[in-house]
Design a protein around this ligand. Structure first.
Ligand SMILES: Cc1cc2nc3c(=O)[nH]c(=O)nc-3n(C[C@H](O)[C@H](O)[C@H](O)COP(=O)(O)OP(=O)(O)OC[C@H]3O[C@@H](n4cnc5c(N)ncnc54)[C@H](O)[C@@H]3O)c2cc1C
Length: 349
């Protein structure tokens, strides 16, 4: 079949794969520009790496297991959050943030505006998903052309979702490359694969201290080859925990080297490092473990976002723009601006 474009001009229906911040940002802006948007998300809820884990022991707790906090340098991000998520589900997290300098002496991080979701990180993406057509629990396996040369998305259960003028992919790079390869679009993957660095893993431990850990800091970044970050999740605004939930993140290189390690051993190791570097005497009660295979980019990121005009496929995500929460917003924001400038959106956003 001769390859023709579905519609040379306007994108009326668009599918977004992934409902992390990049997917949700793009979706809200595209809906505002008159596009009919459907999001497909493999997990049970939206949010991606702005994830919070519900914890039952003790009851009714949660801990932020992905992004710990975010910064807002781009005024457009502030405007977007205020307009689309409101002001009740996020706020500033003040605390004593310590890091170890080159001489191993402890330093206080400079005061900064650090934001978190309230009462949990995922409250933000939950608010941003309101009113959008988000199909959760649907893992997209590949993209295909239908007989009208429109895109159809086949999920891993074999269901087919039809009739899209364009598709936006927002999963981390390895998963995006897999999707393109499985869709006969390996040439697109080749096109950007060399421009980006791969994502590193992150072992995450949630440790509950019923009587508090007794720390004189809220977050710690030690000179450890094992432990990258420890934070008192219960010190974030809006958490009403009786004791303290601490979130410990493994060092990226260490996590990469131990992706197949026994989770119990990982937990023991990270708790031991935390107690050592934080001079913590208390022992945790409940301990839970989560493994991120794709957490943060190793180094270089770019070029912001991608739009393949001929195929009508867009790619956005933090890994194309700095690798952080704000980068996910910036990537999606610049993608929608680019589409608007090309005149392929029904209305101006
Ligand atoms: C451990 C950790 C700590 C972090 N700490 C910070 C921090 O302190 N500050 C900061 O700014 N950033 C931090 N980050 C990074 C931040 O979380 C990300 O930059 C941001 O959340 C990425 O958003 P995104 O939308 O680009 O990608 P994601 O949030 O990864 O969204 C992609 C979505 O695609 C879905 N998906 C993937 N494949 C498919 C498929 N085939 N079908 C359907 N859905 C699919 C995924 O389930 C996911 O929901 C951290 C991340 C991790 C993991």
């Amino acid at each position: 079949m001769i390859h023709t474009q579905a519609t040379q001009d306007v994108i009326r229906r668009l599918a977004v794969v992934g409902s992390g911040l990049a997917g949700l940002t793009a979706a809200r802006k595209l809906v505002a520009a008159g596009v009919d948007v459907t999001l497909f998300e493999k997990s049970r809820g939206p949010g991606g790496r702005m994830a919070s884990k519900r914890l039952t022991d003790p009851a009714d707790s949660s801990a932020d297991i992905g992004a710990q906090y975010f910064t807002i340098r781009n005024p457009a991000f502030l405007d977007f959050l205020t307009e689309h998520a409101g002001t009740g589900c996020w706020g500033q997290w003040d605390g004593r943030f310590r890091y170890q300098g080159a001489d191993n002496g402890w330093q206080n991080m400079r005061p900064a505006e650090r934001y978190v979701g309230i009462p949990r990180m995922s409250a933000i993406t939950r608010a941003l998903s309101a009113g959008l057509d988000v199909r959760t629990g649907v893992r997209i396996a590949c993209l295909e052309r239908d007989t009208d040369e429109l895109w159809q998305l086949r999920d891993t259960e074999g269901a087919v979702h039809r009739g899209y003028d364009a598709v936006l992919l927002t999963p981390p790079p390895a998963q995006t490359v897999d999707l393109l390869n499985d869709s006969g679009l390996a040439s697109l993957a080749d096109d950007f694969n060399i421009q980006i660095s791969r994502m590193q893993a992150c072992w995450t431990v949630m440790a509950y201290f019923p009587d508090g850990a007794g720390a004189d800091f809220e977050a710690l970044m030690p000179n450890s080859r094992v432990l990258n970050w420890a934070a008192n999740n219960s010190s974030k605004p809006g958490r009403e925990d009786q004791g303290e939930w601490w979130v410990l993140h493994g060092d990226p290189d260490w996590s990469d080297a131990h992706t197949e390690a026994d989770p119990d051993q990982v937990a023991d190791r990270l708790v031991k490092e935390f107690r050592h570097f934080g001079a913590i005497e208390a022992m945790p009660g409940t301990v839970r473990v989560h493994r991120w295979l794709y957490a943060r980019p190793k180094a270089r990121t770019g070029p912001g976002q991608l739009w393949f005009e001929r195929e009508r496929i867009a790619i956005a995500g933090d890994w194309l723009d700095g690798g952080r929460v704000e980068g996910a917003f910036n990537s999606a924001d610049s993608l929608v601006k680019r589409l608007a400038s090309l005149g392929v959106l029904p209305d101006s956003p």
